[in-house]
Design a protein around this ligand. Structure first.
Ligand SMILES: Nc1nc2c(ncn2[C@@H]2O[C@H](COP(=O)(O)OP(=O)(O)OP(=O)(O)O)[C@@H](O)[C@H]2O)c(=O)[nH]1
Length: 314
């Protein structure tokens, strides 16, 4: 019967050492093994890991070095609030995990695994090498945060206009290469000014957040939702022909109208008008957005709380 090694340790940068009972027995500095030059590997990692700010790449470089030198079979990295869950190499039974922290800030959990037990000596070396990962990891997380702030609407967490432009360009290129359909849906809340005027701006903000959640619930993981500004949103649906996009738009329309949005027990009615555009041959992102917008305004003219679409073959 194999014994599965599971250990969980706090790795805090303040001391660049361990908060683990085992440490109490290890008052002396790390000694290098005859065939393993720890300072040289730390130096190499230091140089290697500062070549990129992309978190998956940082972890890949770190793992590649460890895999070659330390017989580590797999590495996992998790950070819930960053929605990160990465796995490299092969996942095996014996695992040791480290909660990485720096000045009180949580930097995620690193898990090493291998088919054979980790010896005490190997754990010491791994822990020393984690010191080389700490600052590149922190920098990569800060970089992700900065990118996310530049591309996300801070109120609703939907993508912003810049993110929409980038995503739509990317999806247009993809649809040309794959000869696949691409649809977008312009979504605008009805009489939103009345909600702000009647219940206040803060409740209006809550309504916008609830709307984004509602739209997201109607979309696939590959689709995206973006806030154009005010109470107008755009959903991007790769690989989606006009008929399917109309069904999705109808679903969003019904869900927003049926949403139980209540403040202090009082129901606040919400509805939206939607325009669906499927990309025509050679159509640019700007023209597609303009067309979806015009169709959405047609829905407003048709009495609101409805969807207007147009065939891609017009
Ligand atoms: N609470 C809140 N309100 C916003 C935000 N951005 C824009 N608004 C408000 O959204 C309202 C949009 O009003 P209008 O453009 O007249 O549109 P509407 O009242 O939804 O009417 P129709 O679109 O014609 O159905 C304005 O009152 C804006 O002040 C925001 O971030 N938070």
């Amino acid at each position: 019967m194999s014994f599965i090694q599971e250990s969980s340790t706090e790795f805090d940068s303040a001391r660049l050492t361990l908060v683990h009972p085992r440490d109490k027995e290890q008052q002396h500095p790390l000694k290098t093994e005859p065939l393993f030059n720890l300072p040289a590997m730390q130096q190499r990692l230091l140089q290697l890991l500062q070549t990129t700010l992309e978190l998956p790449r940082v972890l890949e470089l770190f793992f590649r070095e460890l895999h070659g030198q330390m017989c580590v079979d797999g590495l996992e990295y998790r950070h819930e609030s960053h929605k990160l869950n990465l796995a490299l190499g092969v996942q095996k039974l014996h695992r040791c995990s480290y909660r990485m922290t720096h000045e009180g800030a949580y930097l995620g959990e690193v898990v090493f695994c291998r088919g054979k037990r980790f010896s005490e000596r190997q754990l010491q070396i791994l822990e020393a090498l984690l010191g080389s990962l700490l600052f590149p990891l922190r920098n990569a997380l800060l970089y992700r945060q900065a990118i996310a702030a530049a591309l996300n609407d801070s109120l609703t967490c939907a993508g912003n206009r810049l993110a929409l432009e980038q995503s739509l360009q990317r999806e247009i290129q993809h649809s040309i290469r794959q000869r696949s359909d691409l649809s977008i849906i312009a979504i605008d809340l009805d009489h939103f000014k009345k909600i702000n005027d009647s219940y206040g701006h803060a409740i209006g903000d809550e309504a916008l957040k609830a709307t984004v959640n509602c739209i997201n619930d109607c979309l696939r993981a590959v689709d995206g939702v973006y806030r154009m500004g005010g109470e107008e949103f755009v959903a991007v649906l790769p690989n989606t022909a006009v008929e399917a996009a109309l069904l999705v738009a109808e679903r969003i329309c019904r869900r927003i109208a049926g949403m139980q949005f209540a403040i202090d027990g009082q129901d606040i009615p919400l509805s939206a008008s939607l325009g669906v555009a499927t990309r025509r041959t050679d159509e640019s992102a700007a023209t597609m957005l303009e067309r979806a917008d015009q169709l959405m305004y047609q829905a407003k003219q048709n009495g609101r709380n409805c969807v207007v679409g147009e065939s891609a073959t017009h």
